[in-house]
Design a protein around this ligand. Structure first.
Ligand code: NAP
Length: 506
């Protein structure tokens, strides 16, 4: 049974046998293999392996049984002799595999396990130790069908060590499960099966994860299309910190799927940009054998990335921000699609030439839209809570900068919010300005896209203004990125639908 194995392993972390049985039925529809964490169960008789019948009699998929020691993340204390005997006997009679910690291997060996049904595992919830190679040697010296090394990825460099371990296992002809826990390890969870990993774990529902950073099964299959990723699949992704909330993976992976392109888009939580570019990106120095095609760049790296690139297009260099990197013919090329992406939704609604536009806020997004507005011939006034901080904008673009309160008396017909005011997990429900100041405006454009319906958008609609939400910019800048990476016409409607579905789930 060990050949032709499965890639997606749904982990069942239910507290009752009934709930676990129901979860197994759901898991069978989304995963290839199922792991039951017996240590989560509160109504299970651990002393008798026959109690596994209630869980396993009608199984339709291969099942791994696991009953973790508390020292390795187990949920309850179960005497090691009871626990190990249950796993060994359970795998011999009913399950397809049992997973036993390397530290308990010798004790488990006294119950004479069926080696062809044994997974031996090493976990480290604190870090990915520097001597991962020595750990691999130690764990794989223990006879088993599958070896497993799961460590906490504290930085994305740890992901590199984990992915390289898979390369070693592949050349050794071993079945290895290697995954990095936590958000910096996200790429290992998606890429590991394509690098020969025996499987990757996933949770059935949000909140049911058995380890930090675990994706939901439907995310791995429906967003990342993990079954189709191979070693030659071209890689794209978003670098920033944080990135796990981003709608871009949903949007870009859907676009690749729509056009049947062999590309995948991943989140890369990067703490040290220079090191990431050297070790993962630049073709002559990178330490990973992968087909990297391009990157989205987000907060806080849009400016910092510029000196690390070979060429930067004139718009991006004028505005001092790159949000898109293309890797072509060994070179790193920088672009900015935020500018056109921000302007497009507005330009579809009104002629910008000669139009008076008020921009609220003076950060990175403000800079992109101000640049685009000026290039489109609009007249721009910036409203900032601290006009002194916004002086650089007035120097760079020749725009006038006023205080936020002066919006009330200003007659600008087009108002654009570039502040995070109203954003989910930040200040949802609030608006950067009082509703009364919106009366008589023609257009209100809020760059905040989560939630789609911000307080500002609601107030503006009530005041009779035409409204544009931030989702339009998100999709427009993403569509331009897609075109830069693939040279194909972006499937904009599908991208929008995917971004929206992602935001609705959050
Ligand atoms: P940023 O560089 O941090 O700039 C934020 C600006 O907003 C700063 O000028 C800040 O003022 C100001 N600000 C913050 N809270 C405010 C408040 N309550 N009232 C008035 N001003 C306030 O951030 P950013 O990159 O420009 O992003 C800003 C927003 O745009 C975010 O919500 C982001 O989601 C959105 N955005 C959307 C898209 C899209 O595709 N739709 C793309 C990019 C950005 P101080 O300088 O005084 O702190």
């Amino acid at each position: 049974m060990a050949e032709n194995v499965s890639r997606l392993c749904a982990v069942i972390t239910e507290e009752t046998i009934d709930a676990a049985r129901a979860a197994m039925m759901r898991a069978a529809t989304v995963a290839d293999i199922i792991e039951i964490r017996l240590d989560y169960l509160t109504d299970f008789d651990f002393s008798n392996e026959l109690s596994l019948h209630t869980l396993l009699d009608n199984k339709t998929h291969p099942v791994i049984i696991t009953c973790r020691a508390m020292s390795e993340g187990g949920k309850q204390f179960i005497d090691d002799r009871v626990r190990l005997r249950l796993l060994v006997e359970g795998a011999r009679r009913l399950a397809d595999y049992c997973d036993i910690e390397a530290d308990h291997y010798q004790q488990a060996a006294t119950y004479l396990p069926d080696i062809s049904r044994l997974i031996v595992s090493y976990h480290n919830f604190d870090e990915t130790p520097a001597d991962l190679g020595a750990i691999y040697d130690r764990v794989t010296a223990l006879p088993a069908a599958v070896h497993k090394i799961v460590t906490r990825a504290k930085t994305i460099d740890d992901s590199l060590a984990i992915l390289r371990l898979l390369e070693v296992a592949k050349s050794d002809g071993r079945n290895l499960i290697a995954v990095g826990m936590g958000s910096p390890g996200a790429a290992t969870r998606v890429l590991s099966p394509s690098r020969g990993g025996f499987l990757t774990y996933c949770a059935l529902d949000h909140g049911k994860e058995s380890a930090p950073g675990q994706f939901r099964c439907d995310e791995l299959s429906d967003t990342y299309h993990i079954q189709r990723i191979s070693e030659t699949t071209e890689i794209t992704g978003i670098i920033g910190n944080p990135v796990m909330h981003s709608a871009s993976p949903a949007m870009h992976n859907r676009a690749f799927e729509e056009l049947h392109l062999d590309l995948v888009y991943l989140p890369f939580e990067v703490a040290d940009l220079g090191q990431f570019v050297r070790r993962f990106v630049r073709p002559e120095t990178r330490e990973l054998n992968w087909n990297l095609r391009g990157l989205s760049v987000t907060i806080p790296y849009k400016s910092d990335v510029i000196p690390l690139l070979d060429e930067v297009d004139s718009t991006a260099s004028e505005v001092g921000a790159v949000n898109t990197v293309v890797i072509a013919e060994g070179k790193l090329l920088g672009f900015n699609t935020d500018i056109q992406g921000a302007i497009e939704p507005l330009a579809r609604t009104c002629a910008l030439e000669g139009e008076s536009c008020g921009v609220i806020g003076s950060g990175g997004a403000a800079k992109a839209i101000i640049y685009g507005l000026i290039k489109s011939g609009a007249r721009v006034t910036v409203f900032a809570r601290d006009p002194a901080k916004a002086r650089n904008l007035s120097n760079a673009f020749g725009v006038s900068v006023r205080t936020l309160d002066s919006i009330e008396r200003s007659e600008v017909p087009v108002l654009i919010n570039t502040t995070p005011a109203g954003m989910r997990d930040h200040s949802e429900g609030s608006s950067p300005i009082p509703a009364a100041w919106l009366a008589g405006r023609k257009i209100v454009y809020d760059l905040v896209y989560n939630p789609q319906e911000t307080r500002l958008i609601t107030d503006a609609r009530k005041a009779g203004c035409h409204t544009i939400g931030g989702l339009d910019m998100l999709v427009a800048q993403g569509a331009l990125q897609f075109e830069l990476w693939t040279g194909r016409q972006p499937p904009v409607a599908a991208m929008r639908e995917a971004a929206l579905a992602h935001l609705r789930r959050k």
